[in-house]
Write a protein that binds this ligand. Sequence first.
Ligand SMILES: NC(=O)c1ccc[n+]([C@@H]2O[C@H](COP(=O)([O-])OP(=O)(O)OC[C@H]3O[C@@H](n4cnc5c(N)ncnc54)[C@H](OP(=O)(O)O)[C@@H]3O)[C@@H](O)[C@H]2O)c1
Length: 269
Amino acid sequence: MTTKIAVIGFGNIAKAIITPLFEKKLLNPKDVYCLVNTKKSLENIKKNYKYNINILQANSKDSEIVWDCQVKLLSVKPQQLKNIIEINKKNQRNLLVSILAGVSLENLIKKFPNHKCVRVVTNIPITIGKGLTGIAWGEEITRVQKLFIKRLFENSSKIYEFPEYLLDIFLALTSSGPAIIALIIEALSDGGLSGGLQKQLSEELVIEMILGTVSLIKDTNVSTAELKNLVTSPGGTTISALRVLENKSLRSALIEAIVSATNRSKEFS
Ligand SMILES: NC(=O)c1ccc[n+]([C@@H]2O[C@H](COP(=O)([O-])OP(=O)(O)OC[C@H]3O[C@@H](n4cnc5c(N)ncnc54)[C@H](OP(=O)(O)O)[C@@H]3O)[C@@H](O)[C@H]2O)c1
């Protein structure tokens, strides 16, 4: 990739997207211009970041250079968006890829009228290269530009393309999902604790059980219903546990949680 890339907001998620591209030598750090807000972040990145990128502070004289880059990755927090002001001295029509939760393509186009905009939703496992990324393309994005943008994300995540209206449910499932799973792990571990296991061991058992179950479903293509039947014997322990969960409406609570997160995302957009 020889295109010049600007990263507006070089925080946790931006680093997770960009760093694997340096590691795999798909991108030259010299072609990347990163913007941060504070001097502290600027110095921290200069001192500690492994790659020699062009790092600039917002509103400094030399920071305008980011607006000349052909591709911009917008990765500030949504509440920081108001401080970003588009500059377009060369009258170019460049690409802007936003990973901001809850900022619609319509709002991006209003904010950056001289850019072709792309809206992306990604999730926290991207920080270990296991993210899920949903992309909604704006108008006029060429096939070559789409390929380029997909290459930016495919080293740290699996990519799914959607019409924009499906990004809210994608976000609910994949971005809120990790918190739901963390809560389930915590609760099951507490169950083990109640039965007399040490907290750490209980959590380890729960995590290994979940990993094993997920692998079984993925590797053998067994359906979730078949798996459930397989481990549920008449009058046994599992049906006893499932009965409690049905009684407490766990299934319905999880469905409603996703519907609620989706609606909240729509409200933000
Ligand atoms: N965290 C998640 O789980 C997650 C998952 C998927 C997507 N996202 C999305 O990813 C985006 C970034 O999240 P993050 O967790 O990476 O945030 P973060 O670590 O706080 O990074 C934000 C970056 O933006 C910089 N910044 C702030 N104001 C700026 C300005 N006016 N001009 C230029 N740079 C500015 C910050 O610089 P300073 O350090 O100097 O303040 C920092 O480098 C968010 O919009 C979020 O919706 C987050």
